[in-house]
Design a protein around this ligand. Sequence first.
Ligand code: PHE
Length: 445
Amino acid sequence: MKRDEFSGFFGVLVAAVGSAVGLGNLWRFPYLVGQNGGAAFILIYLAFVMIICLPIIISEFIIGRRSRANTVKAFQILAPNTPWSIIGVVGVLASFCIMAFYTVVGGWTLDYLFRSLIHLFSKPDISSLESQFTNLVTSPVRPILWTVVFMIFNAFIVMSGVKKGIEKYSKIMMPVLFLMIVILMIQSFTLPGAAKGVEFLVKPDFSKINTQVVLAALGQAFFSLSLGMGCMITYGSYIPSRENLSKLSFTTAISDTLFAILAGLAIMPAVFAFGISPQEGPGLVFIVLPRIFAQIPLGNLFAVIFFIILFIAAITSVISLLEVITAYVTERLKMKRTIAVLLISLMVTVCASFSSLSQGVLKEVKLFGRTIFDFFDHLSANILLPLGGLFIVLFVGWYMKKSQVYDEFTNQGTLKGTLFGAFYFIIRYVAPVAIAAVFLDLILR
Ligand code: PHE
């Protein structure tokens, strides 16, 4: 049977960028920048993206396209009878952990969408934005209901496998999202006192850097690019053999980074202008954005469109997460796709409900010193993804034959492959040493 393939460069790009751009860029990145001291964090993040993560995207694409199989099977094909496929299994676990908190934030997005929708043509109410957010997330029922709604959308899409539809929508949505963030950024820049926020983003204060900050930047780079858990391996398996993998990876990394930086530029100046603490945490975007909407004519209408698109951006990410587990479970346990998706979604929803409750009634329940929500976030982004990435580069750099890697990198020698030397050096030495160093520093401190 002939395997599905993307329609070409643009098709793959839309899928990869769709997975990469999501709540990670618009929700997680701005609040991490705020918590970790601004410009210095951004610089480390950018260095990780360009020096370490870009070669890892290429590596994942190479594994996927070479094997033309799902994450776990890919390793079984390329390295039969070895334990390498554990990387795939850990990826499946990471997907689950990410969904266990990501879907809760997806639920918050829906709640904000719903509230802007009811007040479509009235002025946004900015009198009590902090307490509106706190009331939502600490409520025992409302956010869980929205999480369920969010999960139903995802399950439905993955169940019916309407990849074509998603591709088609993403092609329109991504440019619109881009345009809207630019409008928000301009609004934010023109607020009195915005300059402080811009300064916070561009003037690095290196004294704020410590192990935790570096780990957060590394984790965010992996998280934002959907790396280290097999997503890009799966997508790589659908890439036609004539496409240039390094060009694709570069364009994906640049687009994702652009969205993150723009989100930062839209949020931070407003944070300072409104006198909100940059340390606010996960609520930052939800507290700041409505205040910017209030400055725009027909602000609630704008908010509705914005939250719809944010919702879709979140969905295109969750689909890629859900697909990783679904592909594995259906093949491994020979389970029907519909049943597999239903079961996985149910399990995710149960865990997500606990994450949600940990913002309120279960606040005191701690796993390794963190709330349940923070635990899933920390475990996946800061530990499982970088660890997955480490083993992926070790696999491509040290286990696979150099000639195989070169073949995929240059499309069987038809591309020049000028940068192959640099790429190979990074995945063999630089990336493994850098990731290991971050972990060692963390453990030994
Ligand atoms: N990259 C996605 C985002 O930024 C989240 C994600 C992580 C998706 C890992 C898939 C895999 O929102």
